[in-house]
Design a protein around this ligand. Structure first.
Ligand code: FES
Length: 340
């Protein structure tokens, strides 16, 4: 086919073949060539590649994520750029050398087996896949919204050792194509769905120091998978999970985490409410964390939730002397922050 091009990545022996309309990242991940990335939407900038030779079409790359100076210097966003010629690329950030297993990106089909309202405007959706999806805890999938040509990103809340039954936590967005227009209205148990995964690099590396997990709203989803995986495989000596909501109506899976804490002395669960007095912690989740830890030196943190929570948490943890390289962040993936 004339409209495909060979892509070589420095450090990898095997090439990928990429269509002229296909994103470089998509082609590489499907070929099993793992490249740094996070959002796949052209906004985070974590997939920057240096074009050593060849020519790309930058397509949807925004000035915000890729400046004119960077383009002029031969940098491209792998999640947006398509090849115009054969390419030789090298990642701007080195590919991390950790012990996590990398799974090729693939398309899947499955059947909805559970659909439950678990908190205010939050649904748990379980999809039984026709084929198992290998992934590491913290990654996400893109679910196709029927009839729209659109996809939406949701983190897997189930652990990787349940690769056939994917659990997603979905927050309703008023007027949202995926939520108001489908998942909270016409979607039924037994319906067929199409999705693509796994994607993303959020996740816990094996470490000697204690870890703090901080989730706001459905930001709990990847942290649930991470917590179960980390405890099962003894990846951390101590794990502190904080889940924030405005009132009790916003929290969910409390019983599950309380039972986990009761049976595993390495695990501690702290739900926090910002707008309701109750028997538990009161305040913004990030304020409760810093009140609990006078010093975070030597610890690491994993945050997932609304951008404001992530920014506040990052600043607070740095004030508590946590090293920036130990602060791992995943923004909300449910498109609600974009209002669609
Ligand atoms: S800009 Fe976020 S993965 Fe490409």
């Amino acid at each position: 086919m004339s409209d495909t091009h060979e892509i070589r990545i420095s450090g990898f022996e095997r090439p990928a073949v990429c269509g002229g309309e296909q994103a470089v990242l998509d082609a590489c991940l499907r070929e099993g060539l793992w490249l740094p990335h996070s959002c796949t939407q052209g906004t985070c900038g974590s997939c920057k590649m240096r074009v050593v030779s060849g020519e790309v079409d930058h397509r949807g790359s925004s000035e915000h994520a890729l400046t004119a100076e960077e383009r002029a210097a031969g940098i491209a966003l792998a999640c947006q750029a398509s090849p115009r010629t054969a390419l030789l690329l090298e990642p701007v950030e080195p590919v991390p050398d950790d012990d996590r297993e990398r799974h090729p990106l693939r398309d899947f089909t499955g059947t909805v087996t559970a659909l439950d309202d678990i908190a205010r405007e939050i649904r748990r959706i379980v999809v039984e896949l026709d084929e198992p999806m290998g992934f590491h805890a913290g990654q996400y999938a893109e679910i196709a919204v029927p009839g729209s040509g659109l996809t939406r990103q949701y983190s897997m809340a189930n652990p990787p050792w349940e690769p056939r039954n994917l659990e997603f936590h979905v927050r309703r967005t008023p007027g949202g194509v995926a939520t108001d227009g489908w998942m909270f209205t016409s979607l039924r148990v037994g319906d067929r769905v199409e999705l693509t995964g796994p994607l993303g690099d959020f996740g816990l590396r094996r470490q000697e120091e204690p870890a703090i997990l901080i989730g706001g709203g459905t930001g709990l989803a990847p942290l649930k998978s991470i917590a179960r995986d980390a405890l099962e495989h003894d990846l951390v000596p101590e794990l502190h999970l904080y889940h924030g909501g405005r009132t009790e109506a916003d929290l969910y899976d409390g019983e599950f985490f309380r039972a986990l804490a009761a049976e595993d002395p390495r695990f501690r669960y702290r739900p926090c409410l910002s707008e309701q007095e109750w028997s538990g912690a009161v305040g913004l989740v990030t304020d409760v964390v810093v009140a609990d830890f006078p010093s975070c030196r030597g610890m690491s943190a994993y945050l997932c939730g609304p951008p404001a929570m992530i920014e506040a948490g990052t600043k607070a943890l740095k004030r508590r002397r946590m090293a920036p390289r130990r602060i791992h962040r995943e923004r909300f993936l449910d498109a609600s922050h974009r209002g669609v």
